[in-house]
Write a protein that binds this ligand. Structure first.
Ligand SMILES: [Zn+2]
Length: 103
């Protein structure tokens, strides 16, 4: 009969704290509290979100210094340098034009 008693607290498998059931999500299928408390669930999903973001960032902008292939690394550096040079040139051109039109 003891098993029928609904416990009012549960241990979180992550932070190992004994917490009231309100601190846990209740699984719909089993009607049992989640293994991890809400706080830890939230922290875990934040970590996952961070990792996804980091992975996407790495994918879009390969880290030049970590690129193994030396030729590719040089090409990337040259490309980055070219982009900077072009943007500086564009800025200068615009400033010149603004200068001319204001006189
Ligand atoms: Zn926890």
């Amino acid at each position: 009969m003891k098993q029928k008693l609904i416990p009012e607290t549960s241990f979180c498998g992550c932070c190992r704290k004994e917490l009231p059931l309100e601190a846990f999500y209740i699984e719909k299928n089993t009607q049992r509290p989640d293994r991890y408390c809400k706080e830890c669930r939230r922290a875990a999903s934040n970590v996952r979100y961070y990792h996804v973001q980091a992975a996407e960032h790495t994918h879009r902008y390969p880290v030049i210094t970590e690129t193994a292939d030396r030729a590719l690394r040089m090409a990337l550096i040259m490309h980055a340098w070219q982009v900077v040079k072009e943007s500086v040139a564009r800025k200068r051109k615009r400033l010149r034009e603004e200068d001319i039109s204001s006189h």
